[in-house]
Design a protein around this ligand. Structure first.
Ligand SMILES: NC(=O)c1ccc[n+]([C@@H]2O[C@H](COP(=O)([O-])OP(=O)(O)OC[C@H]3O[C@@H](n4cnc5c(N)ncnc54)[C@H](O)[C@@H]3O)[C@@H](O)[C@H]2O)c1
Length: 504
């Protein structure tokens, strides 16, 4: 099954933000495109907007003037659905309401031929439910573009229960022919990206809600240590708190209020108070003119320790040992390998975030996971109230000697980056185990859809397959609300490579 022929007319129904973008993509790819919107005059207005965007592409030399003129000539706004007769593909991008979409597709079936591919751009409704009442349901798929559609490469091609494999393949190949990177996924709440990405927001909000750190510190740690393009607070201020919360809410509801997807009370309050982010001037941050952006917590200078004793290889933080040596600090090897930690001259221990509270131990400082300890410019550390001042100072001084800024946060199990990455890996592994998508497509979706520095499976391979499960096991023990309980799929995934010697 191949992509639609470029001579096949494509219809876009609903010519708002997404409809305009999708129409532009199909048009620039070479199709004749027809636009329809229920609101009188909007399709024509959208055609004008698309035409002026084509002008800008010519200015930027991404399109020649001839190509623009030809594209304009292929673009036709129509005044009623009947004008879509003869189209080979209809992409729907109308308001996010099940009843409206169902009614629209019912009416469309009376207009287009039985072999016309029907696609919805829904982000949160079930593709199966939208196409449920169709006369020919096999040709119905989800084609989930991301905003702005002309710029973002990812398209989730969603198969509902009734979708024919041929229809899904044709939609997939067509998206690819349009220059997009399609990923195949099953009809599941949030599809791939909006399902697997939930913890990125939820864990940041949770750290803040439990007073572990303020938004500016969490954001700085996610960016400078985790390697994420933006922190969760600044990103949701950009997206709109209402938009982000409504996705979270709908995924949580669709999973029958599964605690792993539970929305944030703090975000609810923001939405209720109209602090929707940049678009209203305030969200987590104050974006009004003249407002000062709060600084992340950054510890003042501290003396580095003269030496550290390495007990074990530090696992995913092993590179720190090289960095410490390069900074001129002696690394002594422990005579007995007691685990995986550094002992400071104070006698206190420095331990990679493992899901446990520092408070459960004696003189301990935890430090957060970094995507790349060499490149990280900030490291978060946490400690208990009873941790000695000398141990905290030496931990801070050690990271400062490596050229890092240090944020001291509250005693939060799993800290910031570690808990976020562990939960993303858990949801990714669970999604694959449930047949939502392949490991490769999940990685592609998360890198392209939300700009993660690594896909969850790439990240997991770096950290060791057992890492996320072990961290979540510990978190679940100290916080048994259910949200941190690793999935069965994650246990199975971790065991898959364990060299088991014992036979039950
Ligand atoms: N905005 C995003 O970031 C984004 C991203 C991915 C997917 N989506 C999905 O795309 C769809 C559209 O979102 P949007 O942000 O472009 O919305 P929008 O409000 O900008 O545009 C919706 C358009 O649909 C028209 N419309 C409403 N009912 C109609 C009907 N019955 N027939 C024809 N036209 C109708 C409206 O007049 C409006 O012009 C939704 O399903 C949304 O979930 C949105």
């Amino acid at each position: 099954m191949t992509a639609l022929d470029l001579s096949s007319p494509v219809a876009v129904v609903g010519t708002g933000t997404m409809g305009q973008g999708i129409a532009q993509v199909a048009l620039v790819a070479g199709h004749p495109v027809r636009l329809y919107d229920a609101a009188p005059g909007l399709a024509r207005k959208a055609a004008d907007t698309i035409a002026s965007r084509l002008d800008r592409l010519v200015e930027k030399e991404r399109l020649t003037a001839d190509e623009r003129d030809a594209a304009r000539a292929r673009l036709t706004p129509v005044d009623d659905l009947a004008g879509l007769a003869g189209c080979s593909l209809v992409v729907e991008a109308v308001v996010e309401r099940l009843d409206v979409k169902q009614e629209l597709f019912g009416a469309l079936e009376d207009v287009v031929a039985d072999d016309c591919l029907l696609a919805t751009n829904t982000s949160s409704l079930s593709v199966t439910a939208i196409g449920g009442a169709l006369r020919v349901p096999g040709r119905f798929v989800g084609l989930h573009f991301f905003n702005p559609a002309p710029l973002l490469p990812l398209v989730e091609v969603v198969s509902g229960f009734a979708t024919d494999a041929d229809a899904a393949t044709r939609a997939y190949e067509t998206a690819r022919a349009w220059g997009k990177t399609p990923v195949a996924c099953a009809d599941t709440p949030g599809f791939i990206v909006n399902r697997v990405a939930r913890p990125f927001y939820a864990e940041a909000f949770a750290v803040c809600e439990m007073q572990g750190a303020d938004p500016a510190t969490v954001d700085a740690v996610l960016r400078e240590s985790g390697g994420f393009r933006m922190g969760a607070f600044e990103l949701t201020d950009l997206i709109g708190q209402d938009v982000n919360e409504s996705v979270t809410h709908s995924v949580w509801q669709a999973f029958f209020q599964d605690v792993r997807f539970r929305p944030s009370l703090a975000q609810r309050r923001l939405v209720e108070s109209g602090r929707l982010g940049r678009k209203t001037g305030r969200g987590w941050y104050d974006h009004r003119e003249g407002a000062e952006r709060p600084e992340p917590h950054t510890a003042g200078p501290a003396e580095p320790p003269a030496y550290v004793v390495a007990e074990g290889g530090l696992g995913p933080a092993a590179e720190l040992l090289d960095l410490i040596r390069e900074a001129g600090i002696e690394v002594r090897e422990a005579e007995e390998d007691e685990g995986s930690r550094l002992v400071l001259p104070s006698g206190g221990r420095l331990v990679l975030a493992d899901g446990q509270l520092s408070a459960e131990f004696g003189d301990v400082v935890h430090f957060d996971l970094a995507l790349d300890y060499r490149k990280a410019t900030r490291i978060a550390v946490s400690h208990a109230a009873h941790t000695s001042a000398a141990t905290v100072a030496q931990a801070v001084g050690l990271f400062q000697a490596l050229g890092k800024k240090v944020s001291v946060i509250g005693d939060v199990p799993g800290m910031i980056v570690a808990r976020t990455v562990a939960r993303i890996i858990d949801l990714a592994v669970d999604a694959v185990a449930q047949g939502v998508a392949s490991e490769e497509d999940v990685d592609t979706a998360m890198r392209l859809g939300v700009n993660y520095p690594l896909g969850p499976f790439e990240w997991s391979r770096r950290l060791g397959r057992g890492w996320a499960g072990a961290l979540l096991d510990e978190m679940h023990e100290v916080d048994p609300c259910g949200r941190y309980a690793p999935s069965l799929a994650l246990h199975r995934y971790a065991c898959a490579t364990d060299q088991r010697e014992d036979t039950p």
